[in-house]
Design a binder for this molecule. Structure first.
Ligand code: PHE
Ligand code: FE
Length: 310
């Protein structure tokens, strides 16, 4: 049997990890009377999508699908094709899961919004990707800060068809549970940010996008590859785990992996001793270039925000 968590338990779980704004958005994503399971998932309320929701999905899908040709890595396009992801309507997670389960044992589960860190990691560690069920509003086509269904499903799910990436995400979830106990979530979050969300990959045909935060944004899909403004630097695990980032603007730096194997291999070692070691070194600004960087290009810094990086 599945019990509904009492509201005060949820408040406790959120304490410290959620801003008031995110909490409000979570509550909005939880429809009245809907059962929130203890793992913070809900049944995807497929009957609640409006014609506007479906139209927004279609518009974003078409816009990104055509623009991403020649910009996104082949593994993503393969995943999109294998999944047969809906173009006209918000996909039903159960349908995606039939293919996804068979391919790599992953599942997409619906959540009302951002869930607490440890809940998120526990899902990943068990090959479940928590996706917001709700769609952004028409006035948010180009930008919103919270992850909606388009970002989560279009951006993140296709790569879960790839066996190496699928294994990496599970390992990341397990690593997250461990890092939480070691007080190192800030460092591990930077790794996620600069790879899973904003990563680029080098291919024989040139740089390609694989990060979901880029993939679900028209503006950043162009900027990340074409603009002279950001730095582009070769992937370096220790360096990334010290690098602050932006949540409110395009990134100042993109890190470039050579392959998913490289990413997975680099993160295989036990991080237990690495965290305190990295803690002795200063953190780096989002736009810094430091000795030892494998620089692909130094950004012109045009349009960079002056405010502090996170
Ligand atoms: N190897 C890491 C550890 O021991 C876990 C991890 C795997 C972290 C993959 C990120 C990505 O903590
Ligand atoms: Fe995301």
């Amino acid at each position: 049997m599945i019990a509904t968590a009492a509201p005060q338990e949820i408040d406790t779980a959120f304490a410290g990890t959620m801003t008031a704004k995110l909490k409000e958005q979570f509550d909005e994503g939880l429809l009245s009377g809907q059962e929130l399971r203890p793992d913070f998932t809900i049944a995807q309320p497929v009957h609640r999508y409006t014609d506007t929701d479906h139209a927004i999905w279609r518009k974003l899908y078409d816009r990104q699908a055509s623009m991403l040709q020649g910009r996104v890595c082949d593994e993503f396009l393969q995943g999109l094709a294998t999944l047969g992801m809906e173009r006209n309507r918000v996909p039903e997670f159960d349908q995606l899961n039939e293919t996804l389960m068979r391919a790599t044992g992953w599942q997409v589960v619906a959540v009302p919004g951002l869930v607490p860190d440890e809940v998120f990691f526990d899902h990943l560690a068990n090959r479940r990707f928590p996706a917001s069920w709700w769609m952004r509003k028409p006035e948010q086509l180009d930008y919103l800060q919270e992850p909606d269904c388009f970002h989560d499903v279009f951006g993140h799910v296709p790569l879960l068809i790839n066996p190496i990436f699928a294994d990496y995400m599970e390992a990341y979830g397990k690593g997250g549970l461990k890092a939480a106990k070691l007080g190192a979530l800030d460092m591990l979050a930077r790794l996620y940010w600069y790879t899973v969300e904003f990563g680029l990959i080098r291919t024989p045909a040139g740089l390609r996008i694989f990060g979901a935060g880029i993939l679900s944004s028209q503006g950043e899909s162009i900027y990340s590859l074409d603009s002279a403004s950001p730095n582009r630097i070769g992937f370096d695990l220790h360096r990334i785990m010290r690098t602050r980032y932006r949540i409110d603007t395009f990134q100042k730096t993109y890190f470039v992996i050579d392959s998913f194997e490289q990413l997975f291999d680099a993160t295989r070692p036990d991080f237990t001793a690495l965290y305190p070691e990295l803690r002795t070194l200063p953190t780096l600004g989002a736009g810094d270039i430091v000795e030892g960087d494998r620089v692909i290009n130094v950004g012109t810094r045009e349009g960079w925000a002056d405010s502090e990086d996170i």
